[in-house]
Design a protein around this ligand. Structure first.
Ligand code: NDP
Length: 339
């Protein structure tokens, strides 16, 4: 059985979802209440592959919210993630994806040192960040969306905002060796990490986002920001493709320029309907078929019987593993969303 650990994008989002699901007692509560709420399994899932294979899974709501990343709430944030993992393991789930901020918190606060939680010893091999599949899907979105909108990668500049992160660095490595992209621009805050990435790849410019945007034909947004940022869309080239892979979204600007195309980054569409309710909550346009690529990774590992932490640690995703997960993604009927 596969599992998905997820969370909502803000307190307001959590309150409105609780109301929609009929949990009135949660709907009127503030952040203190959500800090106390235990993880819950809120969906049972059945997925059919285009090969005909059928698998079962469960969705674990961690009750983490990005507002808990403030210094005074960090203990709640880390507790949420560990408790959700324990809950998944106790429910016999073989391979569970840590969605959105779950894996970021796990790494940032070094939660791997917590192995014993009450009477449960956490078995790390049962968990995957899902980031290898996410990085693979974002790279395919870069290739396919560029082609669709008349951008020739061999003449194009691609900016990666969040380039030194787990997903961002994998995207940079892939674009470097699997495409003929002309120029890469790296954006993040820590300059030492950016210089290390640049040295490893032997190419690429380091610029602040405001300077990078007017030079870019494609922008990949994979920064771990608790809230989306405003950008000046009038400074963008046309055509331009913006692939927003952040959860919550990295961009909060509504784009009005006719030849600037915003793509829901790191999202796959399955070829067959999935029997679940959960994707309605995160406002996918086709909730029966569209999902986060990290969640799809745990489904792929279950389909293939690879009950192992396929994506783990930080900045260790290899192009070869992206190829490997990409192959089974196609085999089972998942496609990158480029509409
Ligand atoms: P990491 O924490 O590994 O990396 C985050 C990157 O963002 C780093 O390069 C960091 O560098 C940079 N960053 C953070 N804040 C800013 C900022 N204000 N301005 C510029 N750069 C910034 O995160 P992941 O790679 O694991 O995840 C990235 C995003 O992808 C997250 O939003 C996550 O929720 C989302 N995600 C989406 C999935 C999907 O299936 N679609 C799956 C998993 C994650 P620095 O700190 O130096 O600035």
């Amino acid at each position: 059985m596969f599992g998905l650990i997820g969370h909502l994008t803000s307190l307001a989002h959590a309150q409105s979802v609780a109301r929609d699901l009929g949990y009135e007692e949660y709907a009127d509560q503030g952040l203190d209440f959500w800090c106390m709420a235990p993880p819950q399994i809120v969906d049972d899932i059945t997925v059919k592959s285009i090969t005909g294979q059928i698998i079962q899974g469960k969705y674990v709501e961690s009750c983490f919210l990005p507002e808990m990343l403030s210094p005074s709430r960090i203990k709640s944030a880390t507790r949420k993630i560990v408790n959700a993992m324990v809950h998944a393991q106790k429910n016999g789930i073989d391979i569970t994806a840590l969605g959105g901020f779950s894996s970021i918190i796990f790494e940032r606060f070094n939660l791997s040192k917590i192995r014993q939680v009450r009477n449960i010893e956490l078995e790390i091999r049962r968990f995957t960040t899902g980031n290898t599949h996410t990085a693979y899907i974002i790279c395919r979105q870069v290739e396919q969306a560029s082609q669709k909108h008349g951008i020739d990668l061999s003449n194009a500049t691609v900016t990666i905002c969040g380039a030194t992160g787990d997903i961002g660095s994998a995207v940079c490595r892939w674009l470097n060796v699997r495409t003929d992209v002309k120029d890469l621009i790296f954006v993040a805050r820590n300059q030492d990490n950016l210089k290390e990435l640049q040295a490893n790849l032997g190419r690429g410019k380091i610029l602040p986002i405001e300077e990078a945007l007017p030079l870019s034909d494609v922008v990949v947004w994979v920064a771990s920001m608790p809230k989306g940022m405003q950008i000046d869309t009038t400074s963008l080239k046309q055509p331009c493709v913006l692939i927003d892979g952040g959860y919550p979204k990295n961009m909060s600007t509504l784009v009005q320029e006719p030849d600037v195309h915003v793509i829901n980054g790191g999202i796959v569409e399955h070829s067959l309907d999935i029997d679940w309710k959960i994707m309605q909550i995160v406002a996918m346009s086709a909730p029966a078929r569209q999902l986060f690529a990290c969640f799809a990774e745990s489904m792929l590992l279950e389909f293939e019987g690879w009950h192992t932490n396929f994506s783990w640690g930080r900045n260790q995703i290899t192009v070869e593993n992206m190829d490997k997960i990409g192959e089974v993604s196609v085999k089972h009927g998942f496609k990158p969303l480029i509409a």
